[in-house]
Design a protein around this ligand. Structure first.
Ligand code: AGP
Length: 610
């Protein structure tokens, strides 16, 4: 997704903008650009592709000046190209804008502007903003931005610069994240904290409908209507090192190996000292309100939705409340039955996914209580939900989610147990038994990670295939979906996940000699049934890798060609272990194929458009 950086201060802005944009690369982008107020006026340099292309372009002709804005673009309106890259300017070249989000009524605005003689150089919605501001400008950039914003519909975060006022930088937030960094004699804007952490830890988090006017000396916060806003500076206490690779070849591998720590952190302080109950002081939902919940909707996208599918089983089994899981982009449009006794759980690593946020708002509009599971404190989802469980995975940089997914599972285990103890649907001894098993998960993950070389060997043979299948039953099916998505997104190998019993209803036609099938067999009560489905694919020539529980290898050895065993845990908790070899499998397959593991094609870390 797009990234914004802005600077006003006493240093050269170009290196600060470029370094800041590099820190935002994890969001995914396809072009980049900067605008700097130089001694010649407002100058813009842009380049399609990676940031290095922009740097190369700037090498011969640097933009010198102490105020500037920069942007990494992830194409939404118009293909990735130099012309479509930000910053965008008006026809007089006096106003420059960087923008994250979408202006929904841009076509109508563009038509009006064209009738008034404006010429457009790009296909973007953003270019309309710079023209609108130029039209509204009467000597005060803040007022011009306010007037322009009033004409715009949609979601946006903006950074605005004008040649007329070289000592002011304007930022606006409307449903797209934006922060303001405060330094001595210098100020920053950014769409995410890592971009400016090298320079300051003091930030303001803008809310929707707020804007900031930055000068070298200070920051004025106000609403887009012009009313002053008072808020405290937020001190960031995590350091940039946590967001760096820490010796691993890729962020993804580092993040896979961080999972034992992430599990411990996510559980820390949330289990009573005697290990017999869950403590979630962050939840404000009362026991009475929880007892009134008659149904749960889990809404999320992609990997987070797969975590939600595990969450469904966890909540239904432990708390005995019916749960539906929805893809967030579908939720609003299927007229879901949301009542006051519906608990809507939104799950989002970034907390900024537009579809998930829209679903959250719809749920609230219908009067439901919303609980969020997210990895990002202060994210939109975290701020708008009634209750939040933060997964303490730490910043996840690789586009492919690993530790954020698995800590979502931990959050669901804790929540399911918490609901069960509140509702009295499980004996205290059973809750203690599950908690004890959870306590062992970090060590068990470590033991799986210790067999990474074995997985690497399997991945290298799988990487030669053009298509493969993941199958499983029950909770194994939810993990199969995640394993398949992971493989697709970073290795670009076609793969599908199927409920093992469903294959014979059509998809079996695709199974032929040598097609790899990864069969998850961790649910021993479903073992015999899954074995029958494995026999169906074996009969058609499939090469089957079984993912089994330790101690159960002998039983499956007769059916599968190869197997990988995971440590034994309670059936409900197996996803927190079985997903680990699948993450490693995708990582090594991608590596074997020579792909950019951390920045796969066509994907963004945080998808802030619907
Ligand atoms: C994860 O590997 C995927 N890249 C993607 O499916 C992701 O989970 C999805 O876009 C939702 O993101 P969120 O958790 O930040 O809401």
């Amino acid at each position: 997704m797009c990234g914004i950086v802005g600077y006003i201060g006493f240093r050269e802005s170009q290196p600060i903008l470029i370094e800041g944009l590099k820190k935002l690369e994890y969001r995914g982008y396809d072009s980049a650009g900067i605008a700097v107020h130089t001694e010649r006026g407002l100058e813009v340099t842009k380049a399609v592709g990676r940031l290095v292309n922009l740097e190369n372009r700037l090498t011969g002709e640097p933009l010198c000046g102490t105020i500037g804005i920069g942007h990494t673009r992830w194409a939404t309106h118009g293909k990735p190209s130099d012309a479509n890259s930000h910053p965008h300017t008006d026809n007089s070249l006096k106003f420059s804008v960087v923008h994250n989000g979408i202006i929904e009524n841009y076509l109508e605005l563009k038509e009006e502007l064209m009738l008034a003689g404006h010429r457009f150089l790009s296909e973007t919605d953003t270019e309309v903003i710079s023209h609108l501001i130029s039209v509204e400008y009467e000597g005060d950039i803040v007022k011009a931005v306010q007037k322009a914003v009033r004409k715009m519909r949609g979601a946006f975060a903006l950074g605005v610069l004008t040649e007329h006022e070289p000592d002011r930088l304007v930022a606006v937030r409307y449903a797209s994240p934006l922060i303001i960094g405060v330094g001595e004699g210098e100020k920053f804007i950014a769409s995410d904290i890592p971009a400016i952490l090298e320079y300051t830890r003091d930030i303001y988090i803008l809310e929707d409908g707020e804007m900031a006017v930055l000068t070298r000396e200070g920051v004025e916060l106000l609403t887009v209507e012009g009313n002053p806003v008072a808020k405290d500076v937020f001190r960031v206490n995590w350091d940039l090192m946590t967001a760096e690779k820490g010796g691993y070849d890729h962020f993804m591998l580092k993040e896979i190996y961080e999972q034992p720590r992430a599990y411990r952190d996510t559980m820390r302080g949330r289990v009573s000292e005697d290990g017999r109950s869950v403590v979630l002081p962050e939840l404000s939902i009362t026991a009475e309100q929880l007892r009134a919940v008659s149904r749960v909707h889990i809404v999320a996208c992609g990997t987070a939705m797969h975590a939600g599918m595990v969450g469904k089983t966890v909540i239904e089994q432990l708390a005995r409340i019916p749960v539906e899981v929805d893809v967030a982009s579908e939720y609003r449009y299927r007229s879901p039955i949301i009542t006051k006794d519906t608990l809507v759980i939104v799950v989002s690593q970034s907390g900024e996914t537009a579809d998930t946020l829209a679903a959250l708002r719809e749920a609230k509009r219908c009067g439901a209580r919303v609980l969020a599971i997210t990895n990002v404190v202060g994210s939109s989802v975290a701020r708008e939900a009634d209750d939040v469980i933060i997964t303490l995975a730490g910043p996840e940089i690789a586009v492919a989610s690993t530790k954020a997914y698995s800590t979502m599972l931990i959050a669901f285990f804790l929540l399911g147990l918490y609901m069960a103890q509140t509702l009295g649907t499980q004996e205290e001894a059973e809750i203690a038994r599950v908690l004890a098993a959870m306590d062992s998960l970090p060590e068990q993950v470590e033991s799986i990670l210790g067999q990474a070389e074995t997985v690497k060997g399997i991945a290298e043979s799988i990487a030669k295939s053009s298509s493969l299948f993941f199958i499983g039953r029950g909770i194994d099916y939810a993990v199969a979906l995640e394993g398949s998505l992971k493989l697709k997104e970073i290795s670009y190998i076609h793969s599908e996940a199927y409920a093992a019993g469903e294959l014979k209803h059509g998809t079996l036609a695709l199974i032929e000699d040598g097609v790899p099938v990864i069969a998850l067999l961790t649910q021993e009560d479903l073992f015999e049934k899954t074995v029958s489905n494995i026999k169906e694919v074996k009969a058609r020539g499939a090469e089957v890798l079984g993912l089994v529980n330790e101690g159960h290898e002998e039983a499956s050895a007769k059916t599968v060609d190869r197997q990988f065993a995971i440590p034994r845990t309670l059936p409900l908790l197996t996803p927190a272990l079985s997903v680990i070899p699948l993450q490693l499998l995708s990582y090594y397959a991608s590596l074997a194929l020579g792909h950019d593991v951390d920045k796969p094609r066509n994907l963004a870390k945080s998808v802030t458009v619907e």
